[in-house]
Design a protein around this ligand. Structure first.
Ligand code: GDP
Ligand code: MG
Length: 300
């Protein structure tokens, strides 16, 4: 591991149409490993990985932040809040306007609760005059405690190189999570983990308030039609373990039988899914995050 290599998780938030996808596509350009092209990954929290000489940025999705009015349930809010506090950098994309609408106010409210460095990205600067950009910066600068404000045009690529530099500035030194050579295998594992996690959260409702993570311990083809998958649902308390297993294993069975068909659909193969539950107290946040994405820290 190189000592001066940086790596970390970055989430990109902002209202629909503000240019998140465009920016992501532009940033990753040609240099990258994209996570997955499967439509089922829309719920997967990892979106893309950008690897440069200097470091590796793993973009993750924050669900639910714009959907405060829908009854999405506590857990989505918990996931969103947790994500915001676990990532290393938050990118908040806005339009180059001076009017701050209700949608933006809501996002700002969420952001004020976290200590994570926030970079305000004023996008679409190609559509306004220079003075307007300055006015927009002025309108936004006090709404949150921003680490940086970066105007750019995701469409034209103006100032996006600088944005990458600014992001790197806030990333810790760390390992390269994604090896380019193995990246094709990783997304499937992540999606499998995420599918199990989603089914578990849905079945458990709010009974396990501190959240869970899923690690994929083994994923191996037995033959061309069948894959054996061993996965562990990790929780933080003994009492949660009992809830997750359920009476005579009923809850675990339910989670497995909901996740399995979707995993089979995704992989196009039959799946023999074995689920385990483990308690892991005092997780470091980063461990939790990595576990969520199906990494085994011990193997890194
Ligand atoms: P998302 O919903 O936040 O992911 O937004 P999209 O990336 O899908 O972009 C919404 C629309 O805004 C698309 O038509 C983009 O081409 C356009 N757009 C995104 N970034 C820019 C920009 O920097 N300048 C201009 N002029 N248009 C942009
Ligand atoms: Mg989009």
């Amino acid at each position: 591991m190189r000592e001066d290599f940086k790596s970390g998780f970055v989430t990109l938030i902002g209202r629909p149409n503000v240019g998140k996808s465009t920016l992501m596509n532009h940033l990753i350009g040609q240099k990258i490993a994209i996570t997955s092209n499967k439509p089922q990954t829309t719920r997967n929290r990892i979106q893309t990985v950008l690897t440069t000489e200097e470091g590796q940025i793993v973009f993750v999705d924050t669900p639910g932040i714009h959907k405060a009015k829908n009854k999405l349930g506590e857990y989505m809010v918990t996931v969103a809040e947790r994500t915001l506090s676990e990532v290393d950098v938050i990118l908040w994309l806005v339009e180059p306007t001076t009017f701050i609408g209700a949608g933006e106010q809501h996002i700002a409210e969420q952001l004020r609760k976290t200590k994570t460095p926030i970079i305000l990205v004023i996008n679409k600067i190609d559509t306004v005059k220079r003075e307007e950009i300055l006015k927009s910066i002025d309108a936004y600068k006090d709404i949150c405690d921003f680490a940086e404000i970066v105007p750019c045009s995701a469409l034209k690529g103006d100032n996006t190189e600088d944005l990458i530099k600014v992001i790197m500035k806030y990333l810790p030194y760390g390992p390269q999570f994604y090896d380019e050579d193995t990246v094709t295998d990783q997304p499937e594992r992540q999606i499998v983990a995420e599918l199990i996690r989603e089914k578990a959260l849905r079945s458990l409702n709010e009974e396990v308030p501190h959240g869970i993570a899923v690690s994929i311990d083994q994923m191996k083809a037995r033959n061309s039609r069948l894959i054996d998958i061993d996965a562990t649902i990790i929780c933080e308390r003994d009492s949660h373990k009992g809830i997750i297993i359920g009476k005579q294993g009923a809850m675990l069975k339910k989670i497995g039988s909901q996740a399995r068909p979707e995993i089979e659909d995704m992989l196009g193969k039959k799946v023999n899914l074995k689920l385990w539950v483990k308690v892991k107290k005092d997780w470091r946040d980063s461990d939790f995050l990595l576990k969520n994405f199906g990494y085994d820290i011990k193997k890194m």
